[in-house]
Design a protein around this ligand. Structure first.
Ligand code: F6P
Length: 369
């Protein structure tokens, strides 16, 4: 039987996603009903590593009052970082070089010192891989799946994805009229890292004519041919959605910045490249629009808000029933719990034989293959 819980901590890690505050609020309220104290760690684990940076404290008490009225707000009241992986923490040396150090033991020591019995870690694959490592070292941990990219395995969806897709779809809708008025090709670059979920879902919903996703290396000539065939039918404009991680058959992924210690490579720039190529191949005017971090902002949709609240309360339910080393997952119509081990370090790509892909193909959308 698991030891009784008196205190838990919550942290948010990696890129922010709409719904983080709804998870925090629901977890706090559910935990308070058990009589537990709840603490929030600032900026991933930085609140533990650098308490001097936080006048209010690097780890703050989360009361009902503190989480009131936040469920609909984007961002995270705790702050987050995607540069502070405790397992590979960047240490700046006096000679200017940067080395990696493992600071995970400091987290366990902090929890022991403060008599905090468990951690709810809200994050994507990076944060959940860290959570799994902390669990293996003896920390009681439950993970909550967050990311706009929807690339986490073992859950039907992550919170944040629906909001990103809804916004991207609205943007594509808006681009239709200007594309048509000017008889142009509009190329919309969306986030998603190495998975094409956002591009695929928003592309279909927004009526795109071509979608390029990392799972299907594309041939730009095929996309140009699609645009030319539309011209032949008297449709003098086209909408193309490109995932930031899209991969040309001949060439490389487009990087905005190379990887550095403590931070993975940053994708970006493919939209402009595709627009320029399509302009020269089709002779049509082409423009690129990069949605970027706009997809991470704003109020969560009702779907994401509800998913976040279900995940937050389920995380507390898991701890209360003695579960440990698990992630809350959406297994429609219910939530369930899967081992963190089965999620850590894995990526959920778009299945090419799934019905969403069939839908796109049957609608005549080109993938450049
Ligand atoms: O994982 C979320 C995400 O927004 C990805 O879609 C994107 O590649 C990455 O984070 C961007 O990270 P940053 O905020 O460091 O630019």
């Amino acid at each position: 039987m698991a030891e009784r819980i008196r205190r838990i901590a919550v942290c948010t890690g990696g890129g922010d996603a709409p719904g983080l505050n709804a998870v925090i609020r629901s977890a706090v309220i559910a935990a308070l009903r058990h009589g537990w104290e709840v603490y929030g760690i600032r900026d991933g684990f930085n609140g533990i590593f650098f308490p001097e940076r936080y006048p209010e404290g690097g780890v703050i008490r989360l009361t009902e009052q503190r989480v009131r009225g936040i469920a609909h707000l984007g961002g995270t009241i705790l702050g987050t970082t995607n540069k502070g992986n405790p397992l590979h923490f960047p240490l700046h040396m006096p000679d200017g070089s940067v080395q990696e150090v493992d600071r995970s033991d400091e987290i366990l020591q902090y929890f022991a010192r403060q008599e905090i019995d468990a951690l709810i870690s809200i994050g994507g694959d990076g944060s959940l891989t860290i959570a799994n490592a902390l669990h293996k070292k003896g920390l009681r941990v439950v993970g909550v799946p967050k990311t706009i990219d929807n690339d986490l395995d073992k859950t039907y969806t992550t919170f944040g994805f629906d909001t990103a897709v809804a916004f991207a779809t609205e943007c594509i809708d808006r681009l239709h009229s200007t594309a048509e008025s000017h008889q142009r090709v509009m190329v919309v670059e969306v986030m998603g890292r190495y998975a094409g979920w956002i591009a695929l879902h928003a592309g279909i919903a927004g009526g795109a004519h071509a979608i390029m996703i990392p799972e299907i290396p594309y041939d730009i000539d095929k996309v140009a041919a699609k645009i030319a065939s539309r011209e032949g039918m008297g449709r003098h404009y086209s909408l193309v959605v490109v995932a930031e991680g899209a991969l040309p058959k001949k060439g490389q992924r487009s990087l905005a910045a190379a990887a550095e210690v403590g931070h993975s490579e940053r994708l970006g720039g493919i939209g402009e490249q595709v627009a320029q190529s399509l302009q020269s191949l089709t002779g049509k005017d082409a423009r690129a629009v990069v949605l970027g971090h706009l997809l991470r902002g704003g109020s969560p949709t009702a779907f994401d808000r509800l998913a976040a609240m279900r995940f937050g309360t389920a995380a507390v339910r898991a701890l209360a029933s003695g579960k440990n080393g698990v992630m809350v997952a959406l297994a429609i119509p219910n939530v369930n719990f899967v081992p963190l081990e089965s999620v850590a370090g894995r990526m959920k790509a778009v299945p090419l034989d799934g019905d969403t892909m069939h839908t796109a193909r049957e609608l005549g959308i080109s993938f450049g293959d």
